[in-house]
Design a protein around this ligand. Sequence first.
Ligand code: ADP
Ligand code: MG
Length: 326
Amino acid sequence: ATPTAVMVATGVGANNGVLIKGGDALERAQKVNYVVFDKTGTLTQGKATVTTAKVFTGMDRGDFLTLVASAEASSYFSTSLKIVASSEHPLARAIVEYARHFHFFNEPSAAKDAQNLSKESKFSGWLLDVSEFSALPGRGVQCFIHGKMVLVGNRKLLTESGVTIPTEVESFLVELEESAKTGILVTYNDILIGVLGVADPLKREAAVVVEGLKKMGVRPVMVTGDNWRTAQAVAKEVGIEDVRAEVMPAGKADVIRSFQKDGSVVAMVGDGINDSPALAVADIGMAIGAGTDIAIEAADYVLMRNSLEDVITAIDLSRKTFFRIR
Ligand code: ADP
Ligand code: MG
């Protein structure tokens, strides 16, 4: 294609909310063989909602929720301090919102503070002081509250810290996962105190886009840090057969490389910090516009409308621009 054609296509893309960083990226998209989708926030709406909160100890329900929310909120609200890792994670948001609503209905006095919560606010009201916070991508968050370690995350997070999961809790987890929910484990002082179940519905267009890609001769793949059971339940709903689950951020890039080995051209679509290594390694990295800045920086394309339909728009645009001059 002539430089003019590339310029025109880039403009057409921009008008449709598809930002393309350069002509090379535009050209590569026509040859794509695989589109690898991240699950959370990419195939799903990223509007996770807590559906279940089960306390496994004698702890008061309100106290339990305050503890979990405090751990997650320090990441969620600290973007100005650049502790972004888990902060913009849909799960963190869901948990804070759920706890906030619980307090709103149960303790009207606390509700005032809860309502005034904004990104920059000091959470004097109901959230607890947190120290030594760290977000562990693909696993959860870790911090200290009242001098005791708090973990909020998946099995891997607990296993790495040497916390065992009681069988009663494990079977509850499995139940959640089989219904496409993500189970989040919470420990305090190395004791498992409760589990949250989180549902994150698919984006409305997800299944149609997956089907569309197949018709175009492109193979859809799902890669996620979430557990196998949840991943498979979601993949089944969306129509993706090729699933890679329990993958750490660096592992996502390895998945891309494994597809590239035979010369295949691979696109990666993602929204999170945990997707950025894969977005960078992919032949075509596509970031969801609502995603994290780091993902957007690592990508060749930014889908500003946050619609997966634009994955197809992007491939179409490339095909139309480059087929003509063959
Ligand atoms: P995905 O690859 O689907 O976008 P992530 O890699 O972001 O998922 O997360 C993988 C898993 O790590 C989640 O399913 C969850 O179990 C755990 N996790 C990540 N971040 C958090 C968090 N802020 N709070 C609790 N759990 C988390
Ligand atoms: Mg994601």
